[in-house]
Write a protein that binds this ligand. Structure first.
Ligand code: ADP
Ligand code: ZN
Ligand code: MG
Length: 516
């Protein structure tokens, strides 16, 4: 039985660096030809002589893809190379018809950036040294921390095609594996981001990719769809004894295609490497595959016989020179990014950090929230956040809708908040109204009128109910007066039960305190 990750991490420190490929879907067309960039489609229908690698065809760089890559770099604080070029990376693979990939080598477009990663209660226990590690900022309540992850570079390249392997009877040659190739994806603009080996836990790695995806979505550079392969993560990981300063030998986990796979694959690999070293073995530098169903990693190929790709400058394209004016004009196009939006939500709406974090993690939800606050008034910003993060998010999760596709509009959310805040209906009734809004599509005030809902705020009526409850529970009244103030909850609960949740809670508390 393998040890638990947190146990292993007491003696061992993990070192993780990620290589993340993102398709620049915003570019609409391929990197060096005019074929469309779109997921799926009949195989080999989105191709031309350039992306099929026909001899004599010439690549023409896609300016939009270059600009998007520079924007991505600027969004994470990278320096933009004043001078840059493409290289040929030579190797054979059936899904790459030219036998070389046009990529970048020692002159990437973007270098030296950083991404702020925040880890909350779900993952804080993986970071054993959180309180004293350099670069880690622990929150005042000790329940979360932030750490800055260095970005080595972002370069631009072309994606490969896709192989489809059909087994046995599926293929045309019975009993053999038949491999088909689809070049629709070949030539799609692909950004490759390489991080510094600054990540220390699987949770940090997961949060890092989530954050990066949020930034890409806020920019609009990619649809960020991991299931469709728009973002693909290779994770490099090694372990070293705590206190050690040299890095250990790393293994690379290829193509982690979900946040859970990334976390769980790394957790498994860290435990495997530590146990191997503890038992006197040694880690070999290799590429490994995470099998999410069997929950193990296994060796794919050894990296020790490293490829020599024989990079050389792409002779069919001139180099790039970006002037400072060009870069600044791009920088001016940057939208508000997630960190800035979160800080603004805290400052402008007075939201707790947690609310601001969740609302701004999804740009669509953040825009919806702001529209609702606009309609409800800034003094109701917190009440709107409660509804958006509560009932509305539950509804969106269960239907799989995004906030902008929601059948419940932001103004209806504001209307429901107003009905509750003005005391027309109780909090419990608001939940019923919300459910009816989902079922009927009607506006909240219409539902309240139709259902004849109102909050019981008549002091006389409430007093009568409270007197009856106090009379029926003399022992509890005595207990409360003897100092068991926790019994207040019991009395409030009784009033709520008898009024079917319609009693105004503020008034109930007031009257109870007076009478007790
Ligand atoms: P390679 O030459 O094998 O491609 P690189 O130095 O280019 O290695 O680094 C590739 C990725 O691996 C980077 O994200 C880097 O941060 C990470 N990395 C490098 N060395 C280690 C290590 N010892 N342990 C974990 N990650 C590492
Ligand atoms: Zn093409
Ligand atoms: Mg490398």
């Amino acid at each position: 039985m393998a040890k638990a990750l947190t146990e292993v991490l007491r003696d061992w420190e993990a070192v993780i660096g990620l290589e993340i490929h993102t398709e620049v879907t915003a570019a609409n067309t391929k990197m060096f030809c005019g074929c469309p960039v779109e997921f799926g489609g009949e195989p080999n229908t989105r191709v031309c002589p350039v992306c099929l690698g026909m001899p004599g065809s010439l690549p023409v760089p896609n300016r939009a893809a270059v600009d998007w890559t520079l924007l991505a770099g600027l969004a994470i604080g990278c320096d933009i190379a004043p001078w840059s070029q493409f290289h040929r990376k030579n190797y054979f693979y059936p899904d790459m018809p030219k036998d070389y990939q046009i990529s970048q080598y020692d002159k990437p477009f973007c270098e030296r950036g950083s991404v702020l990663v925040e880890v909350d209660e779900d993952g804080i226990n993986e970071r054993i040294d959180r309180a004293d590690a350099a670069g880690v900022t622990l929150a005042d309540d000790g329940k979360s921390y932030a750490t800055t992850i260095g970005i080595t570079r972002i370069h631009l390249e072309e994606d490969t095609g896709k192989m489809v392997h059909l087994g046995g009877s599926e293929g045309r040659i019975a009993g053999a594996v038949n491999s088909l190739v689809d070049f629709n994806r070949a030539g799609t603009p692909l950004m490759e981001l390489v991080s510094e080996p600054d990540l220390r836990t699987p949770e940090e790695a997961r949060r890092f990719v989530q954050k990066l995806r949020q930034i890409w979505l806020a920019l609009g550079v990619s649809d960020g769809n991991m299931e469709e392969g728009s973002m693909r993560v290779d994770a490099n990981v090694s372990v070293r004894k705590r206190g050690e300063t040299d890095f250990g030998t790393k293994a690379e986990l290829k193509n982690m295609n979900s946040f859970k796979a990334l976390h769980d694959g790394l957790a498994y690999e860290i435990v495997r490497q530590a146990e191997l070293l503890e038992s006197g073995g040694r880690v070999v530098q290799e590429t490994r595959h995470w099998d999410a169903s069997r929950k193990v990693t296994s060796a794919l190929r050894s990296k020790e016989e490293a490829h020599d790709y024989r990079y050389f400058p792409e002779p069919d394209m001139v180099p790039f020179e970006f002037t400072a004016e060009y870069v600044e004009a791009l920088r001016a196009r940057l939208p508000e990014l997630p960190d800035a939006k979160k800080a603004r939500f805290i400052a402008e709406y007075g939201l707790p950090t947690h609310d601001a974090t969740v609302l701004t993690a999804d740009g669509d939800l953040a825009a919806y929230y702001e529209a609702a606050v606009q309609a409800a008034g800034a003094d109701r910003a917190k009440a709107v956040a409660n509804l958006v993060l509560g009932d509305l998010s539950a509804y969106l999760n269960s239907t799989g809708l995004s906030a902008s596709d929601s059948a419940i509009g932001a103004t209806d959310v504001a209307g429901l908040v107003a009905l509750t805040e003005e005391g027309t209906i109780s909090g419990k009734q608001a939940k019923e109204v919300f459910a009816l809004m989902v079922d009927t599509g009607k506006a909240p005030d219409v539902i309240v009128a139709e259902q004849g809902m109102r909050q019981l705020s008549d002091a006389g009526e409430l007093e009568a109910i409270i007197d009856a409850i106090l009379d029926a529970n003399p022992d509890k009244v005595e207990g409360y007066r003897a100092g068991k103030t926790g019994l207040m909850g019991f009395f409030v609960g009784q009033v709520m039960r008898q009024t079917d949740g319609t009693a105004n809670p503020r008034l109930v508390n007031e009257l109870l305190s007076k009478k007790l």
